[in-house]
Write a protein that binds this ligand. Structure first.
Ligand SMILES: [Zn+2]
Length: 85
């Protein structure tokens, strides 16, 4: 640890944005992500709408939740609710 640079703080996933994230966007591409594989993006207050709209436009399942850096949950798997027919 400490050699070769620090792990960056949890910043927005928008390209070029270095603002600390306030939101976590959980999404999945049903065409390439089989099963329960969930992708996670982080977003600042300014870009959360942009990023979620990007995903909604592709009809991907998207869930936006508040991101709490204290808990740092972003690498944990997320269980999606089952569909009830
Ligand atoms: Zn941003």
């Amino acid at each position: 640890m400490g050699i070769g640079g620090e792990i960056p703080v949890d910043s927005c996933s928008r390209a070029g944005c270095t603002v600390s994230a306030q939101w976590r966007i959980e999404w999945r591409n049903p065409k390439i992500h089989t099963g329960e594989r969930i992708k996670t993006w982080l977003a600042c207050a300014e870009h959360v709408d942009y990023l979620s709209a990007f995903l909604h436009a592709r009809s991907f399942p998207v869930r936006v939740v508040a991101y709490d850096p204290q808990q740092s949950e972003k690498t944990e798997p997320v269980s999606m609710p089952e569909h009830h027919a």
